[in-house]
Design a protein around this ligand. Structure first.
Ligand code: NAP
Length: 246
């Protein structure tokens, strides 16, 4: 495992699920993490408490990644305190599943705004800071739904496919500045995001996965840390599937 001592990492959705595991993994490896959460103050407080052993290397900020002004202000604070950042992980994401014929515009727009526009806004501010030092790692958390499709997830699938398109174009803009941009695509991972699945659905979906199990948040964190490491210097514009063979 790469050591990230001295590196500054911004992670969205850092308070729960996959983002929490990624945050813990970076903290374990010596990084300073500036995390973002959406609205769940209780989860953020628990996370801070759990991380008190990391010598104040974790900050958590409430910031809506879909709100341009909030994202801009968040990065202004970072620039004042740290000047630049080394790593950005766009992990915040939501689902609002409905069949397309029944889908209200709000369910469509919220998912696109948080999952895709949020990724754009965070990348825009982060790249400007990374350019100052001509180094950076960006990892966007997408989903197999982007390629495979899933009934009830046209909004989510479009947002996740959009993240891949953004990644492949942005990496071409930043390659010469040593800023890599990649995706990690987790399969079914046991978090609150999929807590609404019935036991029957869980059983059914596990049958679809060749490894016959859901993934662990730590298995996603390991892939993210690799792409964020100096060892991954020649990997950009790629999508790393971590899905048990889906
Ligand atoms: P989760 O447990 O529901 O956690 C979501 C995190 O995102 C929370 O920290 C939440 O903060 C934050 N968030 C939500 N809306 C936000 C906003 N507008 N601004 C800032 N932060 C916001 O989800 P997860 O399962 O860990 O998923 C993380 C990522 O992995 C998502 O992009 C998801 O699409 C992707 N993914 C997950 C799976 C899976 O099976 N779990 C599979 C493939 C891809 P609050 O708690 O404050 O709301």
């Amino acid at each position: 495992m790469q050591n990230f001592t001295g590196q500054k990492v911004v992670i969205s959705g850092a308070s729960r699920g996959i983002g929490k595991a990624i945050t813990l993994a970076f903290l374990e490896q010596g990084a300073t993490v500036i995390g973002i959460y959406g609205g769940n103050k209780e989860a953020a407080a628990i996370m801070l408490e759990e991380c008190s052993r990391f010598d104040n290397r974790l900050q958590l900020h409430q910031c809506d990644v879909a709100n341009p002004l909030q994202v801009e202000n968040f990065f202004k604070q970072i620039e004042e305190e740290f000047d630049t950042i080394d790593i950005l992980i766009n992990n915040a994401g939501i689902r609002r599943d409905k069949l397309l014929a029944m889908m209200d515009e709000e369910s469509w727009q919220q998912v696109i705004d948080i999952n895709l526009t949020g990724t754009f806004l965070m990348c825009r501010s982060a790249v400007l800071l990374m350019l100052k030092q001509k180094y950076g790692r960006i990892v966007n958390i997408t989903s197999p739904v982007a390629n495979l499709g899933f009934a009830g997830q046209t909004n989510y699938g479009a947002s996740k496919a959009g993240q891949i398109g953004l990644t492949r174009s942005l990496c071409k803009e930043t390659a010469r500045k040593k800023i890599t941009v990649n995706c990690v695509s987790p399969g079914f991972i046991d978090t609150e995001l999929i807590a609404d699945l019935t036991p029957e659905q869980v059983k059914e979906y596990k049958k679809i996965v060749p490894m016959r199990r859901f993934g662990k948040v730590e298995e996603i964190a390991a892939a993210v840390l690799f792409l964020a490491s100096k060892d991954a210097a020649y990997i950009t514009g790629s999508v790393l599937d971590v899905n048990g063979g889906l």
